[in-house]
Design a protein around this ligand. Structure first.
Ligand SMILES: Nc1ncnc2c1ncn2[C@@H]1O[C@H](COP(=O)(O)OP(=O)(O)OP(=O)(O)O)[C@@H](O)[C@H]1O
Length: 441
């Protein structure tokens, strides 16, 4: 990550973090490999930047069928930087292709990286990254399905996620923020699911040397509060077992609608203790979540297996797959490669909370600035004007997990978007992927 901005001197106003301005369709960006890309309509907004449809540069305008997206952020914000590192190390198309081949997969749900670079406009510098364009996010599907996914679908999603996790773990990274709003269906193939948002991804084994377990009180509860791992609650950096533990909580939420600690997400110690207790007595946890007729035995077995993993252990991916396959067999289902979402209209849920590495860094940076200015440390901000480039926007609805401990700026940016549509489609108002506005811890 580029160096953090130094704290402003006493008496100086805190420096303002920039959000990317909206570029007009047709803007041409040239990547570090000298390849030119043309921007189309913006289709999403993240914490610090915008996401546009894109195509290789040509005389034609970029249409609704564009196969790529470009994420653009002001270059001195830095947040795209760590995500970019992941994509450059792990997600080059030939690397993914050879993994798919050697592991006999049909597809691997990691968006491919096509290029990146710096772009200047109006005297400002922007960082950009080109990746595959994807479709709807699973949080939206979850809400549409009345916050329940059928067992077959959950087991299929978990099988896809095991493939993805095995790949990213093998490339020295853990994701650390798996959840429905970070899972997106393919744009051209909605039966594929992709894990996105590597802003929190952590390189747990740089140059194959696995990090030691170490608790850092400043990092406690990193991640999305309802799903984050016990390791993260304790302030340890994420490891391979953390990703699997997070996956367990996602599966349980998808199956039964809610996790037992969801009523008190504003109390991270309570959430941590509930998770510790559930791990100590998985059978009791299952009783809390499921009725005796609905209890999915494979989830309990999966959780027992994950619980047995040490901090540095490599997960037994194949064994975990076979547990999920046994679950499918027990309901006389097969992983037939089709993801079927039942059509039920569901209510929008209360949002949960999260701290991301990038937002936490931003919060810390802002704290430094405030401290240096002699101002009280604020983690929550009042929403700012809801306007993008002169166009008034309604605040985005939050239908997914929220982030804890922010500057408020991410929420501000997202609150300028309108939530619409079922796909990230051009012409629709921008919306966030169910990633929620932040609140203070
Ligand atoms: N590859 C993609 N194809 C299509 N839409 C995408 C893709 N990746 C992300 N999006 C959409 O763009 C929005 C912004 O994504 P982005 O990863 O920048 O933000 P975020 O994850 O919500 O925020 P942050 O990473 O800053 O926490 C998402 O909410 C999603 O709807």
């Amino acid at each position: 990550m580029p160096p953090k901005k130094k704290a402003a001197g006493k008496g100086r106003a805190p420096s303002k973090r920039q959000l990317a301005e909206e570029f007009p369709p047709g803007e041409v960006l040239t990547d570090t490999g000298k390849k030119s890309w043309k921007l189309g309509a913006p289709i999403g907004q993240g914490g610090f930047g915008l996401l546009y449809l894109a195509h290789e540069n040509s005389a034609k305008p970029v249409g609704a069928d564009a196969p790529y997206v470009i994420k653009v952020e002001p270059s001195d914000n830095g947040p795209l930087f760590s995500e970019l590192k992941f994509y450059m190390r792990a997600a080059k198309p030939d690397r993914i292709q050879s993994w798919v081949k050697s592991h006999k997969l049909n597809v691997l749900g990691v968006p491919r990286y096509w290029g990146s670079g710096l772009h200047e406009r109006g005297g400002k510098r922007y960082r950009f990254m080109v990746i595959d364009r994807l479709g709807t996010d699973l949080q939206k599907k979850f809400e549409e399905c009345g916050r329940r996914f059928p067992r077959k679908l959950v087991l299929q999603l978990a099988l896809r996620l095991l493939d993805i996790l095995e790949f990213i773990h093998d490339h020295e990274y853990v994701h650390a923020d798996i959840k429905a709003s970070n899972l997106m269906l393919g744009h051209s193939d909605p039966d594929q699911v992709y894990l996105v948002d590597y802003g929190l991804a952590y390189r747990y084994a740089p140059d194959s040397v696995i990090k030691e377990y170490k608790e850092d009180p400043k990092r406690c509860h990193d991640g999305t509060i309802e799903f984050t791992s016990i390791d993260a609650h304790k302030g340890a950096t994420a490891c391979r077992r953390s990703d699997l533990e997070i996956l367990c909580y996602c599966m349980v939420q998808w199956l039964c609608g809610r996790l037992p600690w969801e009523d008190k997400l504003q109390d991270p110690l309570y959430v941590r203790d509930c998770k510790i207790r559930s791990q100590e007595n998985i059978s009791e946890f299952m009783n809390q979540c499921f009725s005796s007729q609905d209890k999915p035995e494979e989830i309990q077995r999966f959780m027992e297996e994950v619980k047995s993993l040490g901090y540095q252990d490599k997960p037994p991916y194949e064994k975990l797959r076979s547990i999920l396959q046994a679950g499918l067999k027990s309901i006389r289902a097969k992983d037939d490669g089709t993801l079927t979402f039942p059509a039920v209209s569901g209510a929008v849920s209360p949002a949960a909370k999260k701290t991301t590495k990038r937002k936490k860094a931003a919060a810390e940076e802002e704290e430094e600035e405030n401290e240096a200015d002699g101002q009280p440390i604020k983690k929550k901000r009042v929403a700012k004007k809801k306007e993008v480039n002169g166009v008034k926007k309604s605040p985005a609805k939050t239908n997914g997990p929220k982030k804890v401990c922010g500057t408020g700026k991410v929420g501000d940016a997202k609150s300028r978007l309108v939530e619409m549509g079922t796909q990230t489609s051009p012409g629709l108002a921008l919306r966030s992927r169910g990633r929620p506005k932040k609140t203070s811890a």
